[in-house]
Design a protein around this ligand. Structure first.
Ligand code: SF4
Ligand code: SF4
Length: 87
């Protein structure tokens, strides 16, 4: 039973990584409640965030979900209005 729980946990975590073909499985996205404060942009370790016309934007092909850099999404941590979601 415990082993199954470990396997399920590992499987879930693996969804955040690139697969063997280097394709993205998950990323983060900024929603339209972004207040354009800019706090998230310098926090991104892979420079996936940039200023869009009305809101900041995450390049979902570049975002790694901070895997390999942090154990949490750095942009989510600093966003004052919690407008960054996992997709
Ligand atoms: S989750 Fe991490 S890698 Fe993705 S945009 Fe946010 S800070 Fe950048
Ligand atoms: S920290 Fe949040 S509110 Fe500020 S620019 Fe980034 S997504 Fe927008």
């Amino acid at each position: 039973m415990e082993l199954n729980a470990v396997i399920v946990t590992l499987s879930t975590k693996n969804e955040s990584f690139h697969n063997r073909n280097g394709e993205k499985n998950m990323a983060h996205r900024i929603t339209d409640t972004c207040t354009y404060c800019g706090a998230c942009e310098p926090e991104c370790p892979v420079s996936a965030i940039s200023a869009g016309d009305d809101i900041y934007v995450i390049d979902e092909n570049v975002c790694t979900d901070c895997v390999g850099f942090h154990d949490h999404a750095a942009c989510v941590e600093v966003c004052p209005v919690d407008c960054i979601i996992k997709v």
